[in-house]
Design a protein around this ligand. Structure first.
Ligand code: BG6
Length: 479
């Protein structure tokens, strides 16, 4: 029991990123195109993510593609890792770009140049005493699998992913002890394009496609867990959930019931399968009512039951407030989760409602349900930053946001929740996943790169850099 303690001594402090949002070098080292490479920057991106009929092509005369260069981590990783080390990071969360290893997703042999790149990155991290935390799939499916297979709708993707996952697990068995399978697996309920590689077409039953794709991902995730157990038994492999705890708008039982149902399907369904190893009881009725007929092959259920995850990685940015009948209510649209506005919460410049207590609530709910270690692998504030005349960046709003969330996490730990660590999202400014903007900055480290693609790519420490350094040094005592 950890009552009265702030954080465990071996708490994993650090920062989080994804390959497609930092690396750039999109056509270097024999890398194949992936889904992020064809998503344009700016507000259009959201439209594309949500609209049917999205065309997977690169049209440079019309759009810019911010992930092509991103922040050039591909060439600057040494400089960046040095800065992470200066902040005192114990861990660095990153993903491996699938299409660097299997450019089309279908090759029989991996691309050595891609593998060697991550060897260099892991070696550099270890040189500085930083453990990598690796997401195997973070919104960057090879484009060939998107265009020619329909993404995760196709069962054929399962063995291709298995080959990719076991290749990287065995290649890096001496270098990586923390793994996660699919980033924010449940996010597909709202925008399947990024994590599942398809958009829902006119007349298509979204639930049939998304839940069948989930099933394929569950099988694939269990195969990755199996590979990890066999190849690196001492490693830990987790799932990764977008966690946005649901509140009922009021005490009207209709709304309370609606909130419960939303909570189950959005926040718990994937975790229920990946942590407990079976489809939850409530799934039967939900799937039936949404006309979903799942194709589950022989052996799938046994595999899912046997190879459950060791821990839950989660992102936390906001809670969601749900009401059955939303008419006449402002929708908290910035949240992407289609809830109603919560009158008690302020929102970020992008409309994401800021709710540190929601993190404590979410961690408690998750731990009550699963009793496996929780790892907060994303949390942060996307904000506009200004470089002052003297070159300083005084991001007090970010410090305030992070402080209140870390405090809430400490409370959850004191409540008895088993917490592994905290990696702040976008520890270095990077390309936003939902809008492709650079101006939506999360970092402790500023990158001189702008929405129009201009900038020197120089790195600069923000005020929050020194603050987070102190937080880590004091193991969360000095906030
Ligand atoms: C999570 C993703 O959804 O939130 C990240 O795992 C993403 O890839 C982060 O960048 C913040 O979202 P955004 O849209 O502000 O980049």
């Amino acid at each position: 029991i950890n009552i009265g303690k702030k954080f465990p001594n071996d708490f994993l402090w650090g920062g989080a990123t994804a390959a497609n949002q930092i690396e750039g070098g999109f056509d270097e080292g024999n890398k194949g195109l992936n889904i992020a490479d064809v998503l344009p920057g700016g507000k259009e991106r959201l439209k594309f993510l949500k609209e049917p009929g999205f065309k997977f092509e690169i049209n440079k005369s019309k759009y810019n593609y911010p992930n092509h260069q991103a922040i050039d981590f591909y060439h600057r990783y040494k400089e960046d890792i040095k800065l992470f080390a200066e902040m005192g990071f114990k861990v660095f969360r990153m993903s491996i770009a699938w299409s660097r290893i299997f450019p089309n997703g279908t090759e029989l042999e991996p691309n050595e140049e891609g593998l060697a790149f991550y060897d260099r990155v892991f070696d550099e991290l270890h040189k500085h005493g930083i453990e990598p935390v690796v997401t195997i799939s973070h919104y960057e499916m090879p484009l060939n699998l998107v265009e020619n297979y329909g993404g995760w709708k196709s069962r054929k993707v399962v063995p291709l992913f298995e080959r990719y996952a076991s290749t990287v697990i065995s290649r890096y068995k001496k270098k990586v002890k923390y793994w996660m399978t699919f980033n924010e697996i449940n996010s597909a309920l709202h925008f399947p394009i990024m994590s599942m590689g398809f958009s829902v077409q006119e007349g298509e039953n979204k639930y049939q496609s998304v839940f069948q794709a989930f099933h394929h991902q569950f099988v694939a995730s269990s195969l990755a867990v199996k590979a990890c157990r066999e190849i690196i038994p001492e490693a830990k492999i987790g799932c990764m959930l977008l966690h946005a705890p649901v509140y009922s708008y009021d005490s009207n039982p209709e709304n309370v019931l609606y909130a419960l149902q939303e909570e189950r399907i959005f926040n718990y369904f994937c975790g229920d399968v990946q942590v407990r190893g079976e489809y939850p009881a409530y799934a039967r009725r939900f799937l039936k009512e949404h006309f979903v007929d799942l194709n589950i092959e022989d052996g799938d259920s046994e595999l899912i039951k046997e190879y459950t995850v060791d821990y839950i990685g989660l992102s936390y940015y906001m809670s969601q407030t749900q009401k059955k009948d939303k008419e006449g209510h402002d929708v908290a649209s910035g949240n992407l989760l289609e809830g109603v506005k919560n009158p008690f919460l302020e929102a970020s410049d992008w409309g994401w409602e800021i709710d540190p207590i929601g993190l404590r609530i979410g961690l408690n709910r998750l731990y009550d349900r699963y009793q496996v270690p929780l790892f907060v692998v994303e949390n942060g504030l996307g904000a506009y930053d200004k470089v002052d005349d003297d070159g300083s960046i005084n991001d007090d709003y970010r410090i305030e946001y992070l402080r209140s969330h870390i405090e809430a996490m400490a409370e959850a730990y004191d409540d008895g929740v088993d917490l592994m660590g905290y990696t702040s999202w976008g520890c270095i400014d990077l390309v936003s996943a939902s809008t492709g903007e650079m101006s939506k900055r999360y970092g402790f480290i500023y990158v001189d790169k702008h929405d129009d693609g201009s900038g020197t790519l120089d790195r600069k420490k923000k005020k929050s850099f020194y603050w987070f350094q102190k937080v880590i040094k004091s193991n969360g005592e000095k906030l």
